[in-house]
Design a protein around this ligand. Structure first.
Ligand SMILES: Cc1cc2nc3c(=O)[nH]c(=O)nc-3n(C[C@H](O)[C@H](O)[C@H](O)COP(=O)(O)OP(=O)(O)OC[C@H]3O[C@@H](n4cnc5c(N)ncnc54)[C@H](O)[C@@H]3O)c2cc1C
Length: 338
C-alpha cells in the first residue's frame, strides 16, 4: 500500500517470514529466513511473525518458534493441500491488510517466486528478488535490500520508503540458519480461509512427482566444480570420479554449461544455484562475480588454477597453483588409498 504520509508508517510493524512446507516438512530456507528476520526485528525492536499456509501443517507451527518466530500465523485448510499460488496470494493479501507487517520476506524458491509477485502486485508494493543481504537503515529505519545488479557487476541496495510492507525474496542457502533455541516461547494464531479467498479459483486435481534424478547440490556437503578449463564432458567425468570418492556432487560454471558439457542443473551462480557446502573445490573457474555470488558462503573454498591471480584463487582458503588435469586424478588416487 502507498503511504499517504510519514505517520502512516507507524501503522506497520513486525517482520514476516512466509514459511515453506514441502511433503509435510518445513524447508531449511524458512529457518534461514527466520534467522535473518530475527536480526531485522531486533534492529527495529519489533517482532518476527512466521506465516504458515497449508494442509495438516498445524503441528509444524510450534517448530518455527525455536528458530526465531515470536508469533506464527497458521491457515490450515484442505484447499491448501496442493500449491495454489492464487489462493495463497489472496489469503496473504488479506492477512497483510489485517495485521500490517512492515517487512515481508520469502524464499526465492519455485513456490516463493510464483506466490510473492502476486502478493506484491495486489498489495501495490515493490519487491526485491534474490537478495543476498538484508539490513535496516539506522537513520531512516527503512529496510535495505541488497542484490547483484547489472549482470552482477555491482551490488545494488534497494529501499522502498513510500510503500508498506517492504518485500524481498532470498534464495535458499544464502543466509545461515540459526541454531534452534528450544527455550523460546511464542504464540500461535489460527486464521481461516474465507469464501472470498476461495471463490472462482483454479483447483489442482493431481500432483505428479518427476522421476528425474535430481542433482542434489542443495544438500551436498562437498561440491567439486569445473569451469571452462575442463575442455569437455570427459573433464566432468574426471570430477565425477573424485566426487564419488568423497560423497560429493559436481557443480559447474556457466561457461561449461553454455558449452553443453554438463546440464544446467549443475550450474552455480547468479543464474544457477546458490550453495553453502562445507567444502567447495573449484577446478579451473576464474571466479567472476556471477559465479562467486552462488558459492561464496561455503565454509572451506579450495581453488585449483594455473593462474594464481584469478578472483577465485584470491578468495580461496586454499589456492593450489597448477594443471588440474594432473592435480585432480592425483588427488582421487590418493583418496582411494585412504
Ligand atoms: C547476466 C550474467 C549471469 C551469469 N551467471 C553466471 C552463473 O550463474 N554462473 C557462472 O558461473 N557464470 C555466470 N556468468 C558468466 C560469468 O561472467 C563468467 O563468464 C563465467 O563464470 C566464467 O566461467 P569460468 O570461470 O569457467 O571460465 P573462465 O573465466 O574462462 O576461467 C577459466 C579458468 O580456468 C583456468 N585454467 C585453464 N586451464 C587450466 C588447467 N589446465 N588447469 C587449471 N586451471 C586452468 C584459467 O586460468 C581460468 O582462471 C554470468 C554472466 C552474466 C553476464
Amino acid at each position: 500500500m502507498r503511504l499517504k504520509n510519514d505517520s502512516d508508517k507507524l501503522k506497520y510493524s513486525n517482520v514476516w517470514v512466509v514459511a515453506e512446507v514441502l511433503s509435510g516438512k518445513i524447508q531449511p530456507v524458512t529457518h534461514e529466513l527466520l534467522g535473518a528476520a530475527r536480526s531485522l526485528a531486533d534492529a527495529k525492536k519489533s517482532k518476527v511473525w512466521a506465516v504458515l499456509l497449508g494442509h495438516n501443517v498445524k503441528e509444524q507451527a510450534q517448530l518455527l518458534i525455536p528458530y526465531g518466530a515470536d508469533k506464527v500465523l497458521v491457515v490450515d485448510d484442505s484447499r491448501l493441500s496442493g500449491f495454489s499460488d492464487e489462493l495463497e496470494a489472496r489469503i496473504l493479501v488479506r492477512l497483510i491488510k489485517k495485521y500490517k507487517p512492515e517487512i515481508l520476506i520469502c524464499g526465492a524458491t519455485t513456490r516463493g517466486r510464483a506466490l510473492i509477485p502476486r502478493v506484491a502486485v495486489v498489495s501495490e508494493c515493490g519487491l526485491t528478488a534474490d537478495c543476498t543481504e538484508l539490513s535496516i537503515d539506522p537513520v531512516s529505519g527503512d529496510f535495505l535490500q541488497t542484490r547483484p545488479a547489472f549482470g552482477g557487476n555491482i551490488m545494488a541496495t534497494i529501499r522502498c520508503p513510500f510503500h508498506r510492507p517492504q518485500m524481498a525474496t532470498v534464495r535458499p542457502r544464502v543466509m545461515k540458519a540459526p541454531d534452534a533455541d528450544f527455550s523460546r516461547n511464542g504464540e500461535i494464531i489460527f486464521e481461516e480461509v474465507t469464501e472470498s479467498d476461495a471463490s472462482k479459483i483454479k483447483r489442482i486435481l493431481e500432483v505428479f512427482h518427476s522421476d528425474d534424478v535430481a542433482v542434489n547440490l542443495a544438500d551436498a556437503q562437498i561440491i567439486i566444480s569445473g569451469g571452462r578449463a575442463m575442455k569437455g564432458p570427459e573433464g566432468f567425468k574426471m570430477l565425477g570420479r573424485l566426487a564419488a570418492r568423497v560423497g560429493g556432487a559436481v557443480g559447474a560454471s556457466r561457461a561449461a554449461v553454455d558449452a553443453g558439457w554438463i546440464p544446467y542443473a549443475h550450474q552455480i551462480g547468479q543464474t544457477g544455484q546458490t550453495v553453502q557446502t562445507k567444502v567447495y573445490i573449484s577446478c579451473g573457474i576464474s571466479g567472476q562475480i556471477q559465479h562467486l555470488v552462488g558459492m561464496q558462503s561455503c565454509n572451506l573454498i579450495i581453488a585449483i588454477d594455473k593462474d594464481p591471480s584469478t578472483p577465485m584463487m584470491q578468495m580461496a582458503d586454499i589456492a593450489v597453483v597448477g594443471d588440474l588435469f594432473e592435480i585432480v586424478p592425483g588427488l582421487t588416487e590418493e583418496i582411494v588409498k585412504l
